[in-house]
Design a protein around this ligand. Structure first.
Ligand SMILES: Cc1cc2nc3c(=O)[nH]c(=O)nc-3n(C[C@H](O)[C@H](O)[C@H](O)COP(=O)(O)O)c2cc1C
Length: 180
């Protein structure tokens, strides 16, 4: 009986894929750390520069990471990837967003997270992983939408010291939200 129960539990576990874009390696590093904390295998951690949007198909949970460049813009490799992703049917998938920014870019902090969130609304994905951004000193963030931060906002430039704790809290929250 115990054996059958544990097989069912295994079958219920959701398959998690991490997709990130990173220009100077900061979001890449964070993606690896998230993988460790979530128990995601290396083969399921994807650089969007080397992936196609259809690679998300096997996953129940997508953890999507982008740093922010320009003035609140996507990381370069995300442009084509997001064009493809937003055209897909992501119904039944949970999506959580994370990314690195710089709070001194005070009106555009982690803008890429807001853009990905907005552009994936029509896919039918369920968004999880909303997280507070206490402790930073930016004025505004395009990732603050309808009264919540729509993902995990990190600042590896000014607040690297805060990242580990925030990653631990956020990954614990994601596990709860996906029922692990
Ligand atoms: C030219 C330039 C523009 C940037 N623009 C923004 C911005 O608008 N908003 C923001 O939050 N961070 C901005 N950043 C900060 C980067 O997002 C930050 O350095 C990030 O950690 C880079 O991560 P990556 O190495 O994964 O690409 C900018 C950085 C540079 C050098």
């Amino acid at each position: 009986m115990l054996f059958i129960v544990s097989i069912n539990k295994y079958e219920e576990m959701k398959k998690i894929g991490i997709f990130y874009g990173s220009s100077t390696g900061m979001t890449a590093e964070v993606a690896q750390e998230i993988a460790k904390l979530m128990g995601v295998a290396e083969a399921d951690v994807h650089d969007v520069a080397k992936s196609s949007p259809s690679d998300v198909a096997p996953y129940d949970v997508l953890l999507l990471g982008s740093s922010t460049w320009g003035a609140g813009d996507l990381q370069d490799d995300w442009y084509d990837f997001l064009d493809g992703l937003e055209a897909l049917d992501l119904k039944g998938k949970d999506v959580a967003l994370f990314g690195c920014g710089d709070e001194s870019m005070s009106d555009t902090f982690c803008g890429a997270i807001g853009e990905i969130y907005n552009r994936l609304q029509a896919t039918g994905a369920k968004f999880i992983g909303f997280f507070n951004a206490d402790g930073y000193s930016f004025d505004e963030s395009p990732a603050f939408i309808d009264g919540v931060y729509v993902g995990l906002l990190l600042d590896q430039v000014n607040h690297e010291d805060m990242t580990e704790g925030r990653l631990k809290e956020w990954t614990a929250q994601i596990k709860k939200e996906i029922g692990e």
